[in-house]
Design a protein around this ligand. Structure first.
Ligand code: 3UK
Length: 528
């Protein structure tokens, strides 16, 4: 159901579709969320979404105001996400692993009027609170914190009845921030009709989800991938989701599967690789409830596909999605996987591989992947130039290089920019290089993605040390810790290789592609 079919100004509010509709259809008593020992029904979800919406209204949050969510996966994420949306405000789920300076940027770029934050994440904000001119309210989820509003208390005193705001299918519903090689993250503006498009075309069309499914996503809700997997897919079909606030260590993930018996399991390649390292997992844990495993975020190496199938008898469906397109738009199909490929376009999407002039390339040749479909974001907030470069009429330039084989399967080749996908999350080489440069022993450096023994990419730094510096193991370890303490820890370079000089262009630009070749060569030597 695209906006074109819904029509201009036809009333549509996504929160009503994903929340109210389930109660109207008689699922009020059904479990929507499993969370620790709690089982939360669709009726309870509806009441709390309404309370959250009313609470925001009473604080003066209005239609089109942004509400930033800095939340661990928990029921309150669901209440504030749909509560804000139901009053026509615009929730912005945000990465919980960032640093205070990142949050200052996100809060000021979005001009969010309210912030809903997990008690555990509040300390990361303390130091920047005085630098947030637009933020009016900080609402804390969890134990009461002096000087802040308590989410629990304001919900208690709010009415469980709420009429949805008079939004249209083409109103802004929520934003997700997406990061690039250079420059700041871009607020990707998604509309009320986007989620249902992904749910219908990918989740129903490819995964065949029904109300009997129990979803568990290792990827957290603040990722576009996790948001579909763990929230609006199950709420579209009237199924259930398992939420956990904990870090997804392999043991925890297996325990969740054992306890809640999900039927659908969503991970990124790095999580499958880590799970495969757990000894005797197939004896210790029962994965028998799972009918389908899904992978996205970065290409799934065929070795992981085969090992997983061998060990657990389960097939992993790899598919490519993006924050801008919201969810997976090219995917393998159950029972027809071509390991190593991304599969074929999902119903509702068209994909073209084009050359620099925008002409389609012949089968087998590499080009840029362009995609068309009605879940594509409307634009980047406050970034007009980037918007024009990315959103091209009905099409979007994904920034990925692909080729299509004789059978029509799409194969990922790499990215046009130097961005690194590590553990399914973007890492900008420039950001890591800047963090390294702040260390007194570093003269120059270049960062690229380099494959580990599982064939998964992680940041690797080539460093030119200052004269007289001894690049000892102790120093290298110290520099890794130094980077971890200055930027989000998942971005730190897993390897630091001392070099005499860096490959540069005539204009002095670091040639990261040449560093990548060096990285690969070295890895190949190690593995042989
Ligand atoms: C890369 C892949 C090869 C590719 C996402 C599922 O990852 C998601 O969104 P992001 O905005 O990143 C998008 C970029 O990541 N990529 C993602 N999946 C694959 N490359 N094979 C894959 N299977 O470069 C893409 O442009 O973080 C994934 C659903 C929703 C998402 N937002």
């Amino acid at each position: 159901m695209g906006s074109a079919q819904v029509g201009f100004h036809e009333r549509y509010n996504a929160a009503e579709h994903f929340v109210d509709r389930n109660v109207i259809l008689g699922r009020g008593g059904k479990t929507a969320i499993y969370y620790g020992d709690e089982k939360i029904t669709y009726r309870e979800v509806l009441e709390n979404v309404n309370r959250a919406g009313n609470a925001l209204l009473s604080l003066g949050v209005e239609m089109e105001d942004r509400v930033l969510l800095l939340l661990l996966d928990c029921p309150e994420f669901v209440y504030s996400f749909f509560g804000a949306m139901k009053i026509g405000a615009v929730p912005i789920p945000t990465n919980t692993m960032l640093k205070p300076a990142d949050y200052r940027y996100l809060l000021n770029d979005s001009r969010a009027k309210a912030l809903v934050v997990s008690r555990e994440l509040l300390s990361g904000l303390d130091q920047v609170l005085p630098e947030l001119p637009y933020l009016k309210h900080v609402i804390v989820v969890g134990d009461h914190e002096e000087g802040f509003l308590s989410f629990g208390r304001i919900l208690e005193s709010s009415s469980p009845l709420l009429k949805a705001a008079d939004t249209s299918a083409d109103d802004a519903a929520f934003w997700l921030y997406s990061s690039g090689t250079t420059g700041f993250p871009k607020g990707t503006v998604h509309l009320h009709h986007d989620m249902v498009y992904c749910a219908e075309n990918y989740a129903v069309g490819v995964l065949g989800i029904t109300e009997d499914d129990i979803h568990f996503s290792v990827a957290k809700l603040f990722f576009a991938y996790g948001l579909g997997n763990g929230l609006y897919f199950p709420f579209h079909a009237g199924g259930s989701t398992v939420l956990t606030p904990h870090r997804p260590t392999p043991e925890h993930v297996f325990e969740v599967v054992n306890r809640y018996r999900p039927t659908l399991f969503f991970g990124v390649p790095t999580s499958y690789a880590a799970l495969l390292q757990v000894e005797n997992a197939s004896e210790k844990y029962d994965l028998g409830s799972i009918r389908q495993c899904v992978s996205a975020g970065e290409a799934l190496p065929p070795a992981i596909f085969h090992q997983w199938k061998e060990k657990f008898g389960l097939e992993i469906l790899d598919g490519i999605g993006s924050t801008e397109i919201l969810h997976i738009f090219i995917s393998n199909r159950p029972g027809a996987v071509k390991p190593g490929s991304s599969g074929k376009p999902v119903p509702g999407y068209e994909a073209r591989i084009v050359d620099v002039d925008g002409n389609e390339v012949p089968r087998g040749l590499v080009g840029s992947l362009m995609v068309k479909g009605d879940s594509i974001a409307a634009f980047y907030w406050n970034k007009h130039q980037k918007t024009k470069e990315t959103f091209v009429g009905e099409w979007i330039n994904t920034g990925d290089y692909y080729y299509q084989d004789e059978e029509g399967f799409f194969w990922y080749v790499g990215r046009g920019d130097d961005m690194i996908k590590a553990g399914g999350i973007w890492v900008s080489p420039v950001e890591v290089e800047n963090a390294l440069m702040a260390h007194p022993a570093v003269l120059e450096c270049g960062v690229v993605g380099s494959p580990d023994l599982d064939g998964l990419y992680k940041p690797k730094a080539f460093v030119v040390f200052k004269p007289g510096v001894d690049p000892s193991e102790a120093l290298i370890e110290e520099i890794k810790q130094f980077v971890k303490s200055s930027i989000a820890p998942y971005k730190f370079p897993r390897w630091i290789e001392p070099v005499k000089e860096l490959p540069k262009t005539a204009t002095g630009k670091i040639q990261r592609y040449r560093l990548r070749e060096m990285g690969h060569l070295q890895q190949a030597v190690k593995q042989s």
